[in-house]
Design a protein around this ligand. Structure first.
Ligand SMILES: [Zn+2]
Length: 484
């Protein structure tokens, strides 16, 4: 049934597009030729070719999301302000298992269809009037769904035993909550309006800006994230949870979330965040890039740790380990590496994970958990084989592997060994400063290192570490490597 509807809608879409194009060409002479064509269904990411979409750049997402705990039903509206980067007869948004009710473009109902995509589905929207290159336009998608629906791709929903949820959207799962341009290269500012029954506590990226009553004994909580964010870092939740407030260095607002019946257990842990922030600012020589931060610990339903922008998400299991602060520092490091400076493509994911593992290892060394040389030696030994099976750090065959985590950290350690601590610190600081709130690629990292050191051979050195199928020798450790 879905297939049939799709085909019919597609035929209507083609007709609408053709009619609109004809009208456009028949219009009075334009200053330049107006040639609307469909935007691409992907940005051509090396690892996820159909992730994201071509033809426009999102500037702002405004998500209204009304969630019913326990049943997981939701009703939502996503308002998107975007700018066309070509003349557009139609464009795509990434969705997955969202029941779309209505789509408007610039306030006028648009023709739309949902088709298959490689990591979910594609919502193709044909505006009543084609869109002109460089012009801003507004899209409004009204939709509903159920968080328990099995999506076509991977689900970002994490279910809590209290009947609530948290979003874990990396790398391609934001589309199970909202229509988005789901690629890290398209960052935008966000506002959220999360509605839940009274007694439930919503949270989202950014700052809480208001709370107001909503019909049906509900409440709407408004949030605003002023710094641009990639959809993969979406951090929304509705749970039986409590806010814990604090202040970090130079007044950074801290707001943490913990299960409401476990504040006594978790308050002392989340309050370690201020010290970790100060340590990272000192170590990196760069201020925390956002105006708020927090740690969200969920009661269950999620076992990992994830750097959702300004609100890192943690499963409870981490905090049974004496070294839990290392994981907290890992996700906090991501706020600089990954969230503020975001990789251009998923092929560049080592730029996220390498620094997160590296600086967490520096922390672990200073705290006496594990000497960094021991960790790097172990990683070095393992990386040589992983390069051949999963690809080198700069050209992985997928995400989540040792190569882009510890393998990338040992590559950064090699750079530090090669150019010395001061130059290494200067390279990382320049990287964070130049690409703050932007996107950057592996080649940008190499170019930055060459520029800061004034030494072209550093570029060759880094390329061997990032792209070779065999480990290069480790500077300063002639005894490393060899056969084991
Ligand atoms: Zn990480």
């Amino acid at each position: 049934m879905a297939e049939k509807r799709t085909r019919t809608a597609r035929a209507a879409l083609a007709t609408a597009t053709a009619a609109a194009a004809t009208l456009a060409f028949a219009a009075p002479a334009q200053a330049h030729p107006f040639t609307p064509t469909p935007g691409a269904d992907g940005v051509g990411d090396p690892l996820y070719p159909t992730l994201g979409n071509g033809g426009y750049d999102v500037r702002h997402y405004d998500l209204s999301f009304d969630f019913t705990p326990v049943t997981y039903d939701f009703a939502a509206t996503m308002r998107i302000r975007a700018r066309a980067t070509q003349d557009l007869s139609s464009f795509n948004l990434d969705v997955d298992s969202l029941a779309v009710d209505r789509v408007t473009v610039n306030g006028t109902p648009a023709t739309w269809a949902i088709g298959p995509g490689k990591t979910g589905q594609e919502l193709t929207v044909a505006p009543a009037r084609p869109l002109r290159d460089h012009r801003s336009f507004d899209v409004e998608v009204t939709y509903h769904g159920n968080g328990r629906t099995k999506p076509v791709g991977l689900s970002g929903w994490r279910y809590m035993s209290d009947g609530g949820f948290a979003s874990a959207a990396q790398a391609s799962r934001a589309d199970t909550f909202a229509p988005v341009n789901d690629h890290p290269s398209d960052k935008a500012t966000w506002t959220f309006h999360l509605t839940a029954p009274q007694g439930w506590t919503p949270a989202a990226n950014g700052n809480l800006t208001g709370r107001r009553a909503a019909p049906g004994a509900k409440e709407t909580w408004d949030f605003s994230l002023k710094s641009p964010m990639a959809p993969e870092l979406l951090g929304i939740s509705v749970n039986k949870q409590s806010y814990v407030h604090g202040r970090g260095p130079h007044g950074v607002k801290l707001r943490h979330l913990v299960p409401e019946d476990q504040t006594a257990t978790y308050r002392p842990i989340v309050e370690e965040t201020g010290g970790q922030l100060a340590w990272l600012e000192k170590t990196l020589g760069v201020r925390y890039p956002f105006d708020t931060y927090g740690v969200q610990i969920v009661r269950d339903g999620y076992g990992d740790a994830l750097e959702n922008q300004t609100l890192s998400l943690f499963g409870p299991g981490w905090f049974d380990r004496p070294t839990y602060s290392t994981t907290m520092v890992h996700e906090l490091t991501h706020q600089w590496f990954g969230d503020s400076v975001t990789p251009a493509t998923w092929q560049d994911a080592w730029l996220n994970e390498g620094p997160a593992v590296y600086y967490a290892a520096v922390w672990a060394d200073q705290k006496g958990f594990q000497p960094i040389e021991e960790k790097m030696r172990t990683a070095y030994d393992k990386l040589d084989a992983v390069r051949k099976t999963d690809g080198p750090p700069g050209k992985p065959t997928g995400l989540g592997g040792f190569n882009i985590y510890d393998g990338a950290a040992v590559s950064l350690y090699a750079l530090k060994q090669r150019i010395g601590q001061d130059e290494f610190d200067a390279v990382m600081k320049a990287w964070l400063t130049k690409y703050r709130h932007g996107n950057a690629s592996t080649e940008d990292f190499v170019a930055n290192a060459v520029k800061v050191t004034g030494d072209a051979s550093v570029g060759t050195f880094l390329r061997h570490w990032l792209f070779d199928l065999d480990n290069p020798p480790m500077p300063g450790h002639p005894d490393w490597g060899g056969t084991r």
